[in-house]
Design a protein around this ligand. Structure first.
Ligand code: S3P
Length: 454
């Protein structure tokens, strides 16, 4: 029998806690997961500026996605939560109103970067900031294109939040982002909705294309053309958007990743995760796990709202191979590298990641966080500026670890705790709520022995 994740559109407590995890003998589960975080952010923003009401089912329970809703509310958008459905009354392209205080993006890079694109198109001034981690994340990557469209943006050291944005009267541009980033692409496309003419983003490394898919669903004048290795995504400004209507968000494949690796690396058992988004721009982890000898199966594949969805199944497996990842694949599995490192510790072979310097500017410096926690567990790991290398099969000893205030580090190392000898304690475990507040409950339901401590 499958069951749904305990759904909580209202985030769980943000009080600090640790988790104590013991080795697991088997992982076994069959459940659905809350909606994809990337898709949820976009659905709320586009519903807000669409014409009419959108009813979004399985909206992510992530605290980040709640931040997006709260920012939209401060911009005059009415929303309501009814069971698992969020109703959003769109105000149209010109209906947002000036916020009365600074917008709070919390920990969410997606919220600040995507909303900055919308704010740049408004005829009012606004300010958007976030928590300590977000205040250290680079924003020049969005400030530059938005400024060349005509927005005035002030930031700390011209790069860091909070951002003060004076928008309006945008001109279309053609822009080739210097980093592979779906957030930057989305920011420019969203600003393009308000610009005079056709705005084009040239992408040389493919990144997730949820914005393009959803903008098309809303009736935007958007088209992608390929030329050689790069793609050009063009959007014409000034055309009103349809509401999303009844929109069901597929389960989050980046959350699924933790459970897939837990199942593959456990001594026995299997897991089935239902109705997960399997957009090919997000599934490189599955390909890599299968390349390592894991057998992640894709079942009941279909398509909803232009997004591919399927059930995912995995069972305990012997992982092997010398896996070296670099180049364009990195953008596809950027959020999965912490949990991939966990799979790497169990491989009969080695794991090398290069070209992943973007990890240094995520919610934490993820390269440092991965290397530091693995070292505390007794693993010899080599750190590079843009990645790391480790030999698999080294003994993993339970230790006191840190989340570094980063949700994906907390969750990845909770999964290592299932494999290590002795107990593993993760300080700052509450960070998981940034993307999956139900994580520990679900892992316990799959067979893990987890104690929460204040
Ligand atoms: C996201 C894009 C990625 C990813 C983030 C979500 C998105 O960031 O790491 O978790 O929803 O567009 P970048 O675009 O900055 O790489």
């Amino acid at each position: 029998m499958s069951r749904s994740a305990p759904h909580s559109p209202v985030p769980h407590s943000t009080n600090a806690f640790s988790v104590r995890i013991s080795p697991v003998s088997a992982v076994s589960a069959d459940f659905r997961l809350p909606g994809d975080k990337s898709i949820s952010h976009r659905s709320a923003i586009l519903a807000a500026i669409g014409e009419g009401q959108s009813r979004i089912d399985n909206y992510s329970s992530a605290r980040d996605c709640r931040n997006t809703l709260d920012c939209l509310s401060a911009l005059g958008v009415h929303y309501e939560i009814r069971d698992s459905i969020i109703l959003i009354d769109g105000v149209g392209l010109t209906g947002l109103r000036a916020p009365t205080s600074q917008l709070d993006a919390g920990n969410s890079g997606s919220t600040i970067r995507m909303l900055a694109g919308i704010l740049a198109g408004q005829p009012f001034e606004s300010e958007i900031g976030g928590d300590e981690s977000l205040s250290r994340r680079p924003m020049r990557r969005i400030i530059e294109p938005l400024a060349s469209m005509g927005a005035h943006i002030e930031a700390r050291d011209s790069n860091f939040p909070p951002l003060r944005i004076r928008g309006g009267n945008l001109q279309a541009i053609t822009y080739q982002p210097p980093v592979a980033s779906a957030q930057v692409k989305t920011c420019v496309l969203f600003a393009g909705l308000f610009a005079d003419g056709a705005t084009t983003v040239i992408e040389t490394t493919p990144t997730r294309d949820h914005s393009e898919i959803m903008l098309a669903e809303c009736g935007a004048d958007i088209r992608t053309t390929m030329s050689g290795e790069s793609s050009q995504i063009s959007i014409t400004g000034g055309k009103s958007l349809r509401a999303l209507g009844d929109y069901a968000v597929a389960g989050d494949v980046s959350s699924a990743a933790f459970f897939l690796v837990a199942a593959l690396t456990a001594p026995k058992g299997s897991i089935r995760l239902r109705h997960i988004g399997i957009n090919p721009s997000r599934t490189a982890l599955i390909d890599v796990l299968n390349r390592m000898g894991g057998e992640v199966r894709i079942e009941n594949a279909g398509r909803k709202h232009g997004e591919p969805v399927a059930d995912l199944w995995a069972q305990a497996a012997r992982l092997r191979g010398h896996i070296e990842l670099s180049g364009p694949i990195i953008a596809n599995l950027i959020d999965e590298i912490p949990i991939l490192a966990v799979a790497g510790t169990r491989i009969d072979g080695s794991l090398t990641i290069r070209g992943a310097q973007e990890l240094r500017v995520k919610e934490s410096d993820r390269i440092n966080a991965i290397v530091e926690n693995l070292k505390r567990m007794g693993i010899v790991v080599e750190e590079f500026e843009d990645g790391f290398h480790l030999e698999g099969g080294q003994p993993l000893k339970g230790a006191r670890l840190d989340s570094f205030g980063d949700h994906r580090i907390a969750m990845a190392f909770a999964v290592v705790g299932l494999l290590a000898e002795g107990e593993t304690i993760i300080n700052g475990a509450e960070a998981a709520a940034v993307s999956l507040p139900e994580f520990y409950e679900l892992l316990a339901a799959a067979g893990a022995d987890i104690q929460l401590e204040d």
